[in-house]
Design a protein around this ligand. Structure first.
Ligand code: DAS
Length: 329
């Protein structure tokens, strides 16, 4: 057996984002340019770590990814594992990495790790962090300890769970956190160190339909109810509200939501960026006790954006009855 065939196989799929971006000419803004092979070519340290199969799945800023495209990425990743890949690494833009990671994690049925990474500095900028993040991602992907943990985000030498990870800074190098829980691990001298053992995972079936629409609205001081009142007539199938504090809205919003919840499921999350919604603390109109009495669900620790993904997938697989259970864990 040659050394080449003895190496584990890792599949790397690239989707675009800053990690792939360059400026066409000095002074111009950066845009997605590098395909997957070009990103790997900038990383000779990968040689000898694994055999790589590469695919440029798309080349877009991550704001332009969508659920249908992510389902195609999932199918590609599953096929790679089916063909013998020990792990899958995905590169994409950081702007929506937390949402894509959670979406894929909810559907990833394999023990093989799926590791997502990106970069805060474009490939053509001094001090580009993409190569270091990609190398760390591959190393985490190859760690036996990464198996059975679903989809992880590896960036800035930290390892984050898909459910918790969040981009908390627009341009800083240390842009990712897992508010409340912290990262589950760290990359130290190229090795993945985890703070806890892998916990039991649950995955959702693939959605049978993708036409459902879930809207996310944020409660703001003195916000009117015009949009809320219009929602039942606009064809949406679900609503997530990023509520104040522990999951609260104003009295006019509470009254209008009481009507909306007769037409579609409504989840109220916290817009604070950290911590859980309350369940049994506040008794005012628009507080969580009132909202639950009116038929709304509280999101717990799940952030508004990830609630929207969960609701979309549950609606797509006709598994809405499982919503309370998913929100409780
Ligand atoms: N902010 C960019 C990034 O970090 C753009 C994107 O998300 O595609 O990758």
């Amino acid at each position: 057996m040659t050394q080449e065939t003895a190496l584990p196989r890792v599949a790397i799929g690239s989707l675009g984002g800053t990690v792939s971006m360059q400026a066409a000419a000095p002074g111009q803004g950066v845009t997605p340019k590098l395909d997957c092979d070009a990103m790997l070519a900038a990383l000779p340290q990968l040689v000898g770590l694994a055999q790589f199969s590469t695919a440029t799945l798309c080349l877009v800023p991550s704001a332009s990814l969508d659920f249908t495209g992510l389902l195609e990425v999932l199918a590609w990743a599953k096929a790679q594992v089916g063909q013998g890949a020990q792990a899958v690494v995905l590169t994409q833009g950081t702007d929506t990495l937390e949402e894509a990671a959670y979406f894929l994690d909810l559907l990833w049925p394999c023990d093989a790790p799926m590791i997502m990474t990106g970069a805060m500095r474009a490939a053509s900028h001094p001090g580009a962090d993409g190569p270091a993040n990609l190398l760390a991602a591959v190393r985490v992907a190859l760690s036996e300890n990464s198996r059975g943990r679903g989809v992880l985000a590896v960036i800035n030498d930290q390892i984050h769970e898909a459910k918790a990870v969040r981009k908390t800074a627009s341009l800083a190098m240390a842009a990712f956190e897992s508010p409340g829980s912290g990262p589950i691990g760290q990359v130290v001298e190229g090795c993945a160190h985890y703070r806890q053992v892998a916990s039991r995972r649950r995955v959702l079936p693939l959605p049978q339909r993708t036409s459902q629409r879930v809207v996310l609205l944020e409660a703001c001081l003195d916000a009117d109810t015009t949009l809320l009142q219009a929602l039942p007539g606009l064809g949406y199938d679900g609503l997530v509200v990023a509520g104040f504090g522990a999951g609260h809205v104003s009295e006019p919003w509470a009254d209008t939501l009481a009507d909306v919840v007769g037409h579609m499921p409504v989840i109220v999350a916290t817009r604070t960026g950290s911590g859980s919604t309350a369940r049994a603390t506040y008794g005012f109109v628009g507080g969580e006790i009132d909202l639950q009495a009116k038929g709304m669900r509280m999101a717990g620790v799940l952030c508004p954006r990830k609630c929207r993904i969960l609701l979309w997938l549950l609606l797509g697989s006709s598994a809405l009855t499982e919503l309370d259970d998913w929100l409780a864990h």
